[in-house]
Design a protein around this ligand. Structure first.
Ligand code: GAP
Length: 429
């Protein structure tokens, strides 16, 4: 199964899904770029989450917070003091590793002697300001959710929301991971989708259960292989000190079960800490009962890049066709696929056919992301679209000019049917 990681990595490079960052300079560990196909998939995935978590809910609103904040935020959150990983260092080549990644020998030089584990802070430091003596040390945010706590009061004062309600955000987070690995699974710059749902302390249980169910439903709709998705409770002795309960949504990656998203019982820890460190009152006054309290929080926090990677594992298939040829196909959710359909003129030297295909492309592109391809033969075009996961291929041919129909070919079944041009919208859904 580890083989699948290699295959997906190679497909990502070959088809413009994910590229190593700074590759012409030899690359830089833990940073990646999305290519022309990958950026569409990632944008679709983020839109899909936003639609599910914000647009369809009357009690959730969104924000887009800054990556750099006042440095005190990270003192209040506890990250400056203990946002760490343990590291050990090889005594010969001085490479650093997480102790759990080492069985016996240094993977780099084979040496067997290591230093004792040391604690290592994952926050990226930066400086704000231009004058040498007035520069302020700050950090790139180590988790996106902190911005939501900072904006809690502003959102409450500027919207019509009352508790219970949630604030959602999709945004970058940065961690100087000791061992970034497995393509975009563990990187140093990544994107998170977070919901912080604010509730009355007595309602925590109910909302925690509610969000566990909602989030599992979300992932089950997204993934094809249902048996590869599960919800796992954190052992009580592994919980951070303020958490009463936590679950992970996991997906069966090629190397085993892997965390996709955390559902955390954060209680009143975050607003209490920021209240203390900022000196501002972050309590909530219930307009109906007159009760004042610090809201408690259920968090759902997942990785966008990680989910996309898992979706690629979930979608990747190699199939032998009846004629003995092999095809690689990404059977990815049609709402996440980079393009809903590709439009082909059967031949390039017949202007009426090319024009008709261009007209269809122009009409469809009002509602869908579509791809134009007039290069090479139809077989090669299909192979390419299969590899990037395009659910439908539309071919304009001679018959189109006679009766106004086109062929629509289905990615998964490879079946082709003739469809009237005016019925294309229905055929793509
Ligand atoms: N605010 C809670 C929080 O940040 P987390 O479990 O540390 O919780 C949430 O992170 C999600 O972010 C993880 O489930 C994972 O999907 C993603 N994530 C965390 N670290 C990552 C990394 N180094 N690279 C890619 N994704 C990461």
């Amino acid at each position: 199964m580890e083989d699948l990681l290699q295959k997906v990595t190679s497909l990502c490079k070959r088809r413009g899904i994910i590229f190593p960052n700074s590759e012409i300079y030899g690359g830089i560990g833990g940073f990646f770029d999305y290519g022309p196909v990958g950026v569409e998939m990632k944008n679709n995935l983020k839109r899909y989450w936003w639609k599910n978590m914000v647009d369809k809910r009357e009690n959730v609103v969104g924000i887009d917070g800054a990556i750099i904040t006042h440095p005190k935020v990270w003192e209040a959150s506890g990250h400056v003091e203990n946002f760490g990983d343990e590291v050990i260092e090889c005594k010969k080549c001085h490479q650093r590793f997480r102790p759990e990644d080492i069985t016996e020998k240094c993977p780099n030089c084979g040496n067997t002697e290591f230093t004792e584990p040391r604690s290592y802070n994952l926050l990226f430091e930066t400086e704000v300001g231009v004058l040498e003596n007035s520069k302020m040390k700050s950090y790139l945010r180590g988790e996106a959710c902190q911005t939501i706590y900072l904006d809690f009061k502003n959102v409450l004062d500027s919207t019509r929301q009352q508790i219970p309600f949630g604030i959602a955000q999709i945004g970058k987070a940065f961690r100087n991971e000791v061992t970034p690995n497995r393509l975009t699974f563990r990187t140093r710059e990544f994107e998170q989708w977070d919901l912080q749902f604010f509730v009355h302390p007595n309602d925590m249980e109910k909302w925690f259960e509610y969000w566990k169910e909602e989030r599992m439903k979300f992932y089950k709709e997204l993934y094809r292989k249902q048996e590869n998705v599960r919800l796992t409770q954190h052992p009580k002795d592994k919980l951070v000190f303020y958490a009463k309960d936590a679950y992970d949504v996991e997906y069966l990656a090629p190397w085993g079960w892997a965390e996709n998203e955390g559902i955390h019982w954060r209680g009143d820890y975050d607003l209490t800490q920021h209240g203390k460190f900022s000196g501002k009152d972050l309590s909530y006054l219930d307009p109906n009962t007159g009760e004042r309290y610090i809201p408690h929080i259920v968090e759902t926090s997942g990785g966008v890049d990680r989910t996309l990677l898992m979706l690629l594992f979930d979608a990747y298939e190699e199939e032998t066709l009846p004629n003995g040829e092999m095809r690689t196909v990404l059977k990815i959710h049609k709402d996440i696929a980079a393009y809903r359909a590709a439009v082909f003129p059967l031949v390039s030297n017949k202007p009426e056919i090319v024009q008709k295909a261009r007209d269809i492309f122009a009409t469809l592109s009002n509602d869908y992301k579509v791809l134009w391809d007039a290069r090479g033969n139809i077989g090669k075009r299909y192979r390419y679209q299969d590899e990037i996961g395009t659910p439908f291929c539309i071919t304009v041919d001679y018959e189109t000019l006679e009766n106004g129909t086109v062929t629509v070919r289905d990615r998964d079944t490879m079946e082709q049917k003739r469809v009237k041009i005016e019925d294309l919208d229905e055929a793509l859904n």
